[in-house]
Design a protein around this ligand. Structure first.
Ligand SMILES: NC(=O)c1ccc[n+]([C@@H]2O[C@H](COP(=O)([O-])OP(=O)(O)OC[C@H]3O[C@@H](n4cnc5c(N)ncnc54)[C@H](OP(=O)(O)O)[C@@H]3O)[C@@H](O)[C@H]2O)c1
Length: 260
């Protein structure tokens, strides 16, 4: 097992990519601490994991709220005693509008959920990791941080900010036994966020949503989207000792969509 006896805190783990990461990490021996806002999804995921013989606990919280982020960390410690792995995954796309129409309160919320929460949770887990001289942080960014798409500027800015945080945190942590990396997924078409975004883009472009999606997927080398499981496999690799020499990197798991 690649994560035997590790404790992993995974945000946004009630559904989608976060859920796939939690399930995979649990089968690889990690105890997983889940969090998101929707209790029903968290309890279903935790139940599936425990029924499969794994260890899981959860607490609800809104990543946009500093007090909730602190409570998530404290509950993770109360449940499992420490955090060896932090996966900053939770988030939403935000308004699908151009810059000049973007509401500032929505900009602040997108930045808070994706970037501020990842920063704060990193800040909270690092002292323990440094003390034990062991730990891994994975930030789930996006190809939106690297490419030039329209109508999601706050999301792209937050995801690009995560890449800067990844590199600086990696530099500070590298000689203290902690690795920090990012994953940039391409379109994971099965998730709620992806489906909602596809539907909204199609509506705005006045085209069929299947047509909109097919056009986008055609621009990718492999001509298809990625699965949540494929993103989870990359996260597992980065969090395992197999990636012991990898830090400060942003790895695209995108079927060949962007090239740096
Ligand atoms: N799907 C894609 O194509 C794609 C591509 C690149 C990157 N990503 C990134 O992958 C991550 C996961 O996305 P996904 O596609 O799996 O979407 P998803 O299925 O909608 O899952 C998002 C998760 O984040 C949680 N979340 C959202 N806002 C939150 C908040 N304010 N506080 C706490 N939890 C919150 C959601 O739970 P609640 O709603 O219950 O809070 C849910 O568990 C996101 O960071 C996303 O930007 C996705």
């Amino acid at each position: 097992m690649l994560l035997k006896d590790r404790i992993a805190l995974i945000t946004g783990s009630g559904r989608g990519i976060g859920r796939a990461i939690a399930q995979l990490f649990a089968t690889e021996g990690a105890a997983v601490f889940l969090t998101a806002r929707t209790e029903k999804e968290l309890s279903a995921t935790a139940e599936e994991i425990t029924e499969g013989g794994g260890r899981a606990a959860f607490v609800t919280g809104d990543l946009a709220k500093e007090a909730d982020c602190r409570a998530v960390f404290e509950k993770a410690i109360a449940s499992f005693g420490r955090v060896d792995i932090l996966v900053n995954n939770g988030g939403h796309y935000g308004p699908v509008v151009p810059v000049e129409e973007y509401p500032m309160e929505e900009f602040d919320r997108v930045l808070a959920v994706h970037l501020r929460a990842a920063f704060l949770l990193s800040k909270l887990v690092l002292p323990g990791m440094y003390e034990r001289r062991r730990g891994v942080i994975v930030n789930i960014s996006s190809i939106s941080a690297k490419a030039a798409y329209s109508w999601g500027s706050a999301y792209a800015a937050a995801k690009a900010g995560l890449l800067g945080l990844t590199r600086y945190n990696a530099a500070e942590a590298a000689r203290k036994g902690v690795r920090v990396n990012a994953i940039c997924p391409g379109p994971v078409t099965e998730t709620e966020m992806s489906k909602d975004l596809g539907a909204e883009l199609a509506r705005k472009l006045n085209i069929d949503k299947d047509e909109q999606l097919a056009g986008f997927l055609e621009s990718i080398l492999q001509g298809r989207g990625q699965t949540a499981k494929e993103i989870a496999e990359a996260a597992l690799f980065l969090c395992s000792e197999k990636a012991s020499a990898i830090t400060g990197q942003a790895i695209n798991v995108d079927g060949g969509a962007v090239f740096y």
